[in-house]
Design a protein around this ligand. Structure first.
Ligand SMILES: *Cc1c(COP(=O)(O)O)cnc(C)c1O
Length: 413
């Protein structure tokens, strides 16, 4: 009987591979090196002619089990895991690009990715940041040196949605690598392979791990891109199926060179967390809908940004592409409402950074994660001084509404 369901696939994945003692979970292999009976096998593993384990910086059985699970979730052909989401992005791009290359990135980016890309531009990789909510901006930025396009699904904190399908079609037509950071949606809400992504990034720290107790990142090869046309692949990795050369170079060269490997204990935590991804996200998205409907009608709220609302600029795109509109939204307070007085009244919602946790988390964006940029840059990015970002948790919806209600009611008291 073929298993089709998203959760059934994750929950039974380990058991259906052969594991010692019939373990239901892949055990934690706290192990660095591996011994071989026949030295020829060891050589074959090193030469990539045979699958096997050599050294813990590049492979570990517990991490491999998680990689296989993520490939299944993303419907991809291979995945590499890293210590963090930033390590996944940095290592992958650095191993695919060379000085003088050009790439196009959405300007609506996770702050640390933005910081990383600025570092790239200081190291001879040329990047154009464009408004990726429309493919037109991407088309306009292409040069003959363009190698790849990088976008996120739903941007944080203002929830802009990239023109995912049209950009995918354009990249396919031009032979450009298309990288989609799927962290905000996760493979449960959206599979970027369906819009032509070549590589998919996930910060496992967020929805996939899901409990705010472990860091991790991954990159998945979808198998759609033919790397034989990509000149930056080293000769050593130009063998076998050319649809896998990208992930091979990222794993064999990138992970080896930078060493930001995911540890087996972390991989175990993430694998356990991933089992309930669909259940958690369903509840988070339902809570986000409740909360944004409440806030949009409230007189002390100036604006609410959530793809589930009809007022959102890409509402229809979200409805067409995503199973649900996500578990993150942001809102601005009306003129005269004291941000600190309001936030300090929260009793259930936690004032904290991070997102994708089981708990609902709130952060005053301009004063924390966007503080370094200064007021002018913030204004140019549409970040109001009163903007509050909410990462919605799995609590009972009525408790979250009651918390917002009492925070508004108590103002000035
Ligand atoms: C958090 C995040 C990252 C980075 O992940 P870490 O695990 O924190 O390094 C990358 N992209 C997006 C969209 C994120 O939200």
């Amino acid at each position: 009987m073929p298993i089709k369901g998203f959760t059934t696939t994750i929950v039974h994945r380990d058991r259906l591979e052969t594991i010692e003692h019939g373990s239901l979970h892949k055990p934690i292999h706290a192990n660095v090196a591996y011994g071989y009976e026949d030295a020829r096998d060891l050589a074959a593993v090193f030469q990539g002619k045979q699958f096997g384990y050599s050294y813990g910086r590049q492979v570990n059985p517990t991490v491999t089990a998680l990689e296989n699970k993520i490939s299944a979730m993303e419907n991809g052909i291979a995945t590499a895991c890293f210590a963090t989401g930033m390590a996944a992005i940095g290592t992958s791009l650095f191993s695919l690009l060379r000085a003088g290359d050009h790439m196009i990135s959405s300007s609506f980016l996770f702050g640390n990715t933005n910081s990383l890309f600025n570092t790239f531009t200081n190291n001879s990789i040329d990047i154009d940041f464009v408004d990726a909510t429309s493919v037109a901006a991407v088309i306009e930025a292409v040069t003959e040196k363009t190698k790849l396009v990088f976008v996120e699904t739903i941007a944080n904190p203002r929830t802009q949605i990239s023109d995912l399908k049209a950009i995918g079609d354009f990249c396919a037509e031009k032979g450009l690598v298309y990288i989609v950071d799927n962290t905000m949606t996760s493979p449960y809400l959206f599979q970027p392979i369906n819009v032509g992504a070549s590589l998919i990034v996930n910060s496992l720290t967020k929805y996939i791990g899901g409990h705010g107790n472990v860091l991790g990142g991954s990159i998945t090869e979808t198998g759609l891109f033919d790397w034989s046309t990509f000149e930056n692949i080293y000769d050593t990795y130009r063998s076998g199926d050319p649809h896998k050369w990208g992930i091979t170079q990222i794993k064999k060269k990138g992970l080896r060179d930078f060493g930001a490997s995911l540890g087996p204990e972390a991989a175990h935590h993430i694998a356990i967390g991933a089992e309930t991804l669909a259940l958690r996200q369903t509840q988070q998205c339902a809570n986000a809908s409740l909360m944004t409907a409440f806030l949009e009608k409230h007189e002390l709220v100036k604006a609410v940004y959530y793809p589930g609302l009809e007022s959102h600029a890409q509402h229809q795109r979200a409805a067409d592409l995503f199973r649900y509109p996500g578990g993150l939204f942001s809102f601005e307070l009306a003129e005269g409402v004291d941000l600190w007085d309001f936030m300090n009244r929260f009793q259930v919602i936690v004032k904290s950074s991070n997102l994708g946790d089981n708990r609902t988390l709130a952060i005053p964006v301009a004063h924390t994660i966007y503080f370094e940029m200064g007021p002018e840059r913030r204004a140019s990015m549409g970040i109001d001084e009163s903007l509050i970002r909410i990462s919605v948790g799995i609590e009972d919806g009525e408790d979250l509404i009651a918390d917002l209600q009492q925070a508004f009611a108590g103002l000035g008291g």
